[in-house]
Structure formats: C-alpha cells, structure tokens
Design a protein around this ligand. Sequence first.
Ligand code: 5GP
Length: 115
Amino acid sequence: MSEKTIFKKIIDREIPSDIVYEDEISLAFKDVNPQAPVHILIIPKKEIESTNHLKDDDTALLGHIYTVVLPHLVEKFKLSDGYRLVTNCGNNGGQTVYHLHFHLLGGRFMSWPPG
Ligand code: 5GP
C-alpha cells in the first residue's frame, strides 16, 4: 500500500493542524506556510490525487466544496471583497502534496499573473 500523504495524516489526526471547518465530506485547515493573511487549504476527505484523477461520481463532492464549504469560509474570514481559489495540478502546476486541495487565499490584493 502506498504511504499516506501529509493531508491524509491530517484527516486521520496523526499530525496536528489548525482546522477551521469540517464535515463528513471535507476538511479545511490553515496552510502551515501562508502566502496571504488568509491561506486555507480545503480538501475532500476522499483520497483523490489531483484534478487529473477526478471521476464522474466526484461531481457532488466538488459542488459541495464550492457551494457549502467555500461560502462558509468566505463569511468566517470576511472575504466578501474577494479572494483567490487555486488548485495546483501536477509537476508543472506546482503541486507538492498529492491529495486534491484548494488554496483559499485572501486578505490582500492578488496580483496576476501568478508566478
Ligand atoms: P501544493 O504545492 O501541493 O499546491 O500545496 C501544498 C500546500 O500544503 C503548501 O502550501 C504547503 O505550505 C502546505 N503544507 C504542506 N505540509 C503541510 C502541513 O503539514 N500542514 C499544513 N497545514 N500545510 C502543509
């Protein structure tokens, strides 16, 4: 069996994290190396490596993250003026942890293009 990712260890409470939201489908916690005043990682509890590994039956899971978890965090962290939601995929996308995650960045102006 392949080794657990760091995010699976966070889900299983094997390593600590600053959890800001949790339900049966998803978990959100503060990034250990924040790139903005607000930097939250939103993850599905289901182990999915990246956006390249999504299946037809993951549609509801993605909808849940966008329509339930995201609005909750936007309100909680007062991000109604705007924010950035980023998913890095694969080596060229800069992905370092191979458990699907969404970076929610806010609390400052986000320049474009990203590096
Ligand atoms: P990626 O580069 O895969 O898009 O993002 C991985 C993110 O996970 C990075 O922003 C990194 O700071 C964060 N990260 C890595 N290890 C840990 C950890 O143990 N705890 C937390 N809270 N974040 C982590």
